[in-house]
Design a protein around this ligand. Structure first.
Ligand code: ADP
Ligand code: MG
Length: 222
């Protein structure tokens, strides 16, 4: 049986839309000139990301640039990314570059959907960055998930004080995070072909949130 396949981020975003999950305004550009034109339409600053089925961890291969403030900068960086990724992964088929509105900074959270062999659709939430990678500060629930239960998940995180306003920061919108976790649980339940979803990071704000990276794998049906 073939393993799960990652779909393009542009396709992952279609799944997000179906479940009312936000994603920054974006366009797919094929060339540096197209990227510059798309950025001018979206408005600055923008982020550029490589779109290729062979590239799963984009920053690791030089496939992401943030804080681009002008069309000229976008054109230069776009050319640089295309060249660097092609050099790092010579067999990569490059579909283009995703030009995204840059979201304002927030507390980095990760929200994931997965499928447990025994319990089926499940959701993971955690604090982003070193909290996930080094401290493994994550928590899981299986479908169905209520908003109340999703709030309890957040409360279980060791990094919870970062969400409720540690060090004089404002608390983030816990309800918006809970709603997002519930939406991901629904996606895992309603879309059996989805093997795994990774929203990493989701930027959490005092009001609302914005997922800025969506990685989704699907299992071949036959
Ligand atoms: P990777 O495949 O390497 O995980 P990401 O899409 O997560 O690539 O981009 C790398 C980093 O760039 C993110 O962790 C985030 O900090 C930043 N980033 C990406 N897209 C945006 C965006 N639209 N707005 C703000 N920051 C972004
Ligand atoms: Mg990411």
């Amino acid at each position: 049986m073939p393993g799960p396949d990652f779909i393009l981020e542009t396709e992952a975003v279609e799944y997000l839309k179906r479940f009312q999950i936000a994603y920054p305004e974006h366009r797919l550009a094929r060339t540096p000139d197209e990227a510059a034109a798309a950025a001018a339409q979206i408005g600055f600053p923008v982020v550029l990301k490589i779109v290729s089925p062979q590239v799963v961890h984009k920053s690791e291969v030089g496939g992401v640039a943030v804080e681009l403030g002008s069309a000229e900068e976008v054109r230069l960086k776009a050319a640089g990314i295309l060249e660097t990724v092609q050099r790092n992964i010579p067999n990569a088929v490059i579909e283009g570059l995703l030009v995204c509105a840059q979201a304002k900074p927030g507390v980095e959270v990760i929200v994931g959907g997965l499928r447990d062999a025994i319990f089926g659709p499940a959701v993971m939430v955690g604090l982003g960055g070193i909290f996930t990678e080094i401290l493994k500060d994550v928590t899981f629930r299986v479908y169905p998930l209520s908003e109340e239960e999703a709030l309890k998940m957040l409360g279980e995180l060791k990094g919870y004080p970062l969400l409720t306003g540690a060090r004089g920061q404002k608390a983030v919108d816990l309800k918006a995070l809970a709603v997002l976790a519930v939406s991901v649980a629904r996606m895992m339940h309603e879309c059996p072909e989805v093997a795994e979803l990774d929203l990493n990071p989701v930027l959490a704000y005092p009001e609302g949130l914005m997922p800025v990276d969506a990685r989704l794998s699907v299992t071949e049906k036959n």
